[in-house]
Unconditional design. Structure first.
Length: 259
């Protein structure tokens, strides 16, 4: 990886930082660096991941020259398949993922955000899928993942207008999980993600699996799998030890190893 993407680890917490000044634009090299960082997380899983960015904004979007370089629909599809793989691989990680948006967050960065489990936003943050300005529709899953959080009507408005929306509006739409003060935002986001990293990692992974089934087929689909998924957690040290801790010392005293 170049310095455009850094992957740091602090105990169980992995922190992926985008740092491609001045605008953190999506380029072929940034895509390659992101893919390498995600591969590292797949090969050596963390207990939680925080995705953040350096600079005044999260991202100004995609370097449009990347689109200009596509000579045909077939070439464009190859590019778009590679781009879509980035948020898809993040969504599939078997541990909690948190996206921290401290400022303007456009196109690809927003599409990565909605692929994460939790989105934290500073009060000043703004979000948008603005591909309409180049006659394109979002290609990295943002439209459909936004619809899953906010509904089809909101997704159509968001994409078709190409407007930017503030953090408070997207919290009201159930897209952003929490709006935090601008002052101290980075530290607060790290603290939130670190708390998830201290939890029962395999139980969190099970929760993600259950909700994947829900997304695929609603409550009946999730119900068809929940008992098997939950029962498998009896193989984990965390569940066995936490049950013993609860019985001996009461609730809230257990610590978790992620195993």
């Amino acid at each position: 990886m170049t310095q455009q993407v850094r992957l740091d680890r602090d105990g169980g917490l992995a922190v992926l930082t985008i740092d491609a000044p001045p605008l953190n634009l999506y380029t072929a090299s940034l895509q390659s660096d992101l893919a390498e960082a995600i591969g590292s997380l797949e090969d050596n899983p963390a207990r939680a991941l925080l995705i953040r960015a350096e600079g005044k904004i999260v991202s100004g979007g995609v370097d449009v020259s990347l689109f200009d370089a596509q000579g045909s629909p077939a070439e464009a599809k190859v590019l778009f398949d590679e781009m879509l793989a980035v948020p898809d691989r993040i969504a599939a990680l078997p541990f909690p993922t948190v996206f921290a948006a401290h400022g303007l967050c456009l196109t690809w960065a927003f599409e990565v955000a909605v692929a994460c489990d939790v989105i934290l936003a500073a009060a000043r943050a703004k979000f948008g899928l603005v591909e309409k300005v180049v006659g394109l529709t979002p290609t990295m899953g943002g439209t459909q993942r936004l619809a899953a959080r906010a509904g089809v009507g909101r997704a159509k408005e968001f994409v078709m207008t190409g407007d930017t929306y503030d953090a408070a509006t997207l919290e009201r739409w159930n897209v952003v999980n929490r709006v935090l003060p601008d002052e101290g935002f980075d530290a607060a986001a790290r603290e939130f993600a670190a708390r998830l990293a201290e939890g029962p990692t395999r139980a969190h992974a099970a929760t993600k699996r259950v909700l994947d089934h829900f997304a695929a087929g609603g409550v009946p689909e999730a119900n068809a799998h929940i008992t098997t998924i939950a029962a498998e957690l009896f193989e984990t040290e965390d569940l066995r030890n936490a049950v013993k801790s609860f019985l001996a010392d009461g609730p809230g005293k257990a610590t978790f190893s992620g195993r």
